[in-house]
Design a protein around this ligand. Sequence first.
Ligand code: TXA
Ligand code: MG
Length: 316
Amino acid sequence: MILTSIDEAAHHLKQNKVVAIPTETVYGLAANAFSEEAVQSIYDLKKRPRNNPLILHIANRNRLDNLAAFVPEKARLLADVFWPGPLTLVLEKKETIPSWITSGKKTVAIRVPDQSLTLELLQKLDFPLAAPSANLFGETSPTQPEHVVSAFGEKVPVLDGGICQKGLESTILGFDGEDVILYRHGPITLENLEKLVGKIHVKTSNQTAPEAPGMLAKHYAPKTEFYLTNDLKKLQKVFENRKIGILHFSQTFSTPSIVHQEVLSSTKDLDEAAHNLYACIRRLDESGADILIGEYVPEKGIGKAINDRLRRAATK
Ligand code: TXA
Ligand code: MG
């Protein structure tokens, strides 16, 4: 069911129902963070492991001090500059934050999304919204309402905010004393963050029990076998007897074995590439190709986040 009314979405959420909400990054599967029942429904719907904690979405940074026990100076600065926006801060949690949001951790992840409908919705609620990306665990994140409907059908009403502007999940930062740690690359780039707070330690490694399970090696994946390369023409030859789908950064080429092609940005614009990434991967997955190959984008700015998602989506 597609909702166009914010009040209707608020009504469902106040009854501890799950509603998919638009954000500037990807659609979220949202519920009242303070209702255990509501949050358990998110995990059940997504088939998400319970050891993978959720992000709290709040209306503005004044609400931060209700949730975090301690906010380091650098975190305050980052919130001042980048909120509302695609930046999640992992902070020491207040006692009042229930463990079903944080998977038992002493920290809680928080952000103010930059999406007008969802900000208005959050203003109408007296609780934060816990929301992971609105996809089944391990699958590609949704950047438009139809993607959510294809995963959850009638089970989840979707507040229609059109296509997500950024198209990639938020950058996640944590704090250790004076140190700032980057757990997930995203639309707010490492370069821009470092301009504000100095050196940041990047800790996005693949582990089985990661500190931010978005770091899981296998994630964001299409169902079709997917390989990555710096040389599409060469890899394409290896699979010549297959029906190939190709994910190009900017320029296409044709051979008889290529059955479908997608281009991230014909003008080599990395923001446009991020915006298009998940929809391109979905179309490739549904194109009838029996193997997908994609190329890395330049490893700079938001390109780091795009390459990170591509690596996790690729077949191991
Ligand atoms: O852009 C986004 O962040 C989207 C939209 C909906 O806001 N949400 C999103 O949520 O990507 P999800 O659940 O797919 O990814 C959240 C990530 C997970 O990797 C989770 O492990 C990490 O945040 N996380 C949550 N709480 C954490 C905590 N206390 N410490 C470390 N990592 C945490
Ligand atoms: Mg996710």
